[in-house]
Design a protein around this ligand. Structure first.
Ligand code: ACO
Length: 173
């Protein structure tokens, strides 16, 4: 395939495999450097590989995104990113659709995200939420988690530097 046809080759969205993990890390790295996404160690990505979907074009990973379950009814969209040359082609929305389908299959009814991309998520049905979205009882249960993303969801003081300027958004599925 020539470079030109590779640009127009179809994009497939599918479940991530362990062999995709290094490419996923390379894809998210520029956004981590710009403090748009939280950096993830390779081991963390391998451990979470089942949470991820990837977008593949001509054998190359051009997008990734994850669904993390927080509670019985509640999940979080994490680490959704598209390679710069592929932005604006609908790949982000397709990955979000796939993650939302997974959420429905798991029995979730609400999805949370923490993001600078309020227009992208807004057009996908997410609305800004200021308040906590779980009861004090479930908040207490979630405090037992050692996951940094859960600490961000809970808006704990020690992770506030990571989340500065981000908007908390929620979608009812
Ligand atoms: C919870 C979190 O993970 S927060 C972190 C979010 N990630 C980042 O900030 C990393 C940097 N940003 C990115 O990687 C990307 O910009 C993303 C993931 C936010 C969006 O991915 P993209 O693939 O560019 O989005 P996508 O193309 O689906 O939609 C963007 C726009 O493209 C246009 N578009 C959508 N579908 C098509 C299509 N088929 N053809 C052409 N244009 C299209 C629309 O105008 C769309 O606008 P909308 O979002 O207002 O509806």
């Amino acid at each position: 395939m020539t470079a030109e046809t590779a640009q127009t080759a179809p994009v497939t969205v599918r479940a991530a495999r362990t062999s995709d993990v290094r490419a996923m890390r390379e894809l998210i790295e520029p956004y981590v450097r710009r403090r748009i996404l939280l950096g993830k160690e390779l081991v963390t990505l391998f451990e979470a590989v089942q949470e991820f979907v990837v977008a593949e074009r001509d054998g190359e990973i051009v997008g990734c995104g994850a669904l993390h379950v927080l509670w019985e009814d509640l999940g979080e969209v994490r680490t959704i990113a598209v390679a710069e040359g592929v932005m604006g082609l609908g790949v982000g929305h397709r990955m979000l659709d796939a993650l939302e389908q997974r959420a429905l299959d798991l029995g979730l009814s609400r999805l949370f995200c923490l993001t600078f991309e309020t227009e992208f998520f807004g057009r996908h049905g997410y609305v800004e939420v200021a308040e906590q979205v779980v009861s004090p009882e479930i908040f207490g249960e979630l405090l037992r988690s050692i996951d940094g993303g859960v600490h961000e969801f809970l808006d704990l003081a020690h992770v506030k530097p990571n989340t500065l300027g981000n908007t908390r958004m929620l979608k009812r599925l």
